[in-house]
Design a protein around this ligand. Structure first.
Ligand SMILES: Nc1ncnc2c1ncn2[C@@H]1O[C@H](COP(=O)(O)OP(=O)(O)OP(=O)(O)O)[C@@H](O)[C@H]1O
Length: 408
């Protein structure tokens, strides 16, 4: 293994970790990059398979040509052939114009077929043909076209089982698997888990302008290493973000970790997140939640500034003082104390009047959505963009909170 090349690639792509399995995967990617051999990357969901095809393409002779990543599992069975191989005008109802398809568009370049194990059998036959001969036919056409595409595929399904079940063609498997690359599960990477936690903690602190990233005690590091991480690096990233944002403590102990990962090191209670399930994606929910929490924190900070400003003003005019409140972080399952919204300078409250009111997270979420809808004059697409969530999630939330019955 050329260690310095491997280290350079890891720096280039922001890959964190130094375990043997990870270094080996990057090394193989580098070694095969200059060939046109097909590569099949295997590994559990969330282990970081997507980076390997990028390394291969960027270090290949095709690097100046197109690179496409296609998630085969997220494309409906009815349209996958047309997406991959293109279609002619009028090939099926709704085919208003012709479509080139990825195999045509990537000519000369690289195509990354993620979740290749999910391809329907008919598409597998087409894929085998193009891999063996470079030939393919658009849907609704009889013309044979030629293309020169390098295929890198990835899967998290057990291919041997899929072949036994008749869900995946054995001949295609061998064709794709010319060079196998195995991405190890996070639980097999030893200290990498701690390095990754540090990276994600720093990224989160930077992203949200936090003064200091969270840090792990020695015991907490051991606890992270003992846990089985069924959702792998993706799960660790989410957990680190959650801790960074939700924990008022910045030094993380095993006790604090217990609120975020199960005590039982091998339990699969925390379900791996499914990126493909866009309509009800946890990533979207999480983003919305983070946004709410940050809006809330910003509101409190603003309020604090306002209170401070008012206090200074009133001190000068010997008016009654207002008690300053520390900013509180949100804690799961705890209602959040907020001061009454500032009403305007003249209506400002005295300490006696300054009451705490609790709002649930749902109330806050509802308010944030109403605010975004009002601001965008009911335009849901714009509101969803502003909230950084998908339109489908916004529609669902609107229904959930009965906002569709309100005049916004
Ligand atoms: N070694 C690593 N260093 C830094 N970030 C990583 C590393 N491995 C994975 N990640 C990050 O973890 C997340 C999940 O990785 P990725 O999407 O590549 O997983 P995957 O194996 O393709 O999962 P799936 O099979 O579900 O598609 C991404 O945000 C990725 O950037």
């Amino acid at each position: 293994m050329n260690t310095s090349d491997v280290q350079a690639q890891k720096r280039r792509y922001g890959i964190v970790g130094n375990s043997e399995g990870l270094n080996h995967a990057v090394d193989i990617a580098l070694q095969v990059a200059k060939t046109d051999l097909s590569v099949l990357i295997t590994g559990e969901s969330g282990v970081g398979k997507e980076i390997i095809p990028r390394i291969i393409h960027d270090n290949s002779l095709r690097k100046t040509k197109k690179y496409f990543a296609v998630n085969c599992g997220s494309i409906p069975e009815g349209t996958i052939d047309s997406e991959l191989f293109g279609h002619e005008k009028g090939a099926f109802t709704g085919a208003i114009g012709e479509r080139e398809g990825y195999f045509g568009a990537a000519n000369g370049g690289t195509l990354f077929l993620d979740e290749v194990g999910e391809l329907p059998l008919a598409t597998q036959a087409r894929l085998l043909r193009v891999l063996e001969t470079g030939e393919y036919i658009r849907v609704g056409s009889s013309d044979v076209r030629k293309t020169d595409v390098r295929i890198v595929a990835a899967t998290n399904v057990n291919m041997a089982q899929a072949i036994r079940d008749g869900r995946f063609r054995e001949d295609l498997f061998y064709r794709l698997n010319t060079i196998p690359v195995k991405m190890p599960a996070l639980r097999e990477r030893g200290d990498d888990v701690v390095l990754l936690f540090k990276k994600f903690a720093m990224d989160t602190a930077e992203k949200y302008n936090m003064p200091d990233p969270v840090e792990l005690t020695e015991a907490a590091q051991e606890r992270l290493k003992r846990y089985s991480w069924p959702g792998n690096v993706r799960q660790l990233k989410n957990v680190t973000e959650q801790i960074s944002i939700l924990s008022p403590e910045r030094i993380i102990t095993p006790e604090i970790l217990s609120g975020y990962i199960p005590e039982d090191p091998v339990t699969h209670d925390i379900v791996p997140l499914n990126k493909r399930n866009e309509g009800h994606s946890f990533e979207n929910e999480r983003e919305l939640l983070y946004k709410i929490l940050f809006d809330l924190r910003n509101d409190v900070t603003e309020l604090k500034k306002l209170v401070h400003g008012q206090r200074v003003e009133r001190e000068h005019s010997s008016a009654p003082q207002v008690v300053e409140r520390p900013i509180t972080y949100y804690q799961p399952d705890v209602t959040y104390p907020v001061a009454h919204a500032a009403k305007g300078a003249d209506e400002f409250q005295t300490p006696e009047e300054y009451v705490e009111e609790t709002v649930s997270l749902n109330d806050v979420e509802r308010q944030v959505i109403v605010r975004a809808l009002e601001k965008n004059r009911g335009k849901r697409r714009k509101a969803a963009q502003e909230l950084n969530i998908s339109e489908r999630t916004l529609y669902r939330k609107i229904k959930e909170y009965g906002l569709d019955k309100e005049d916004i």
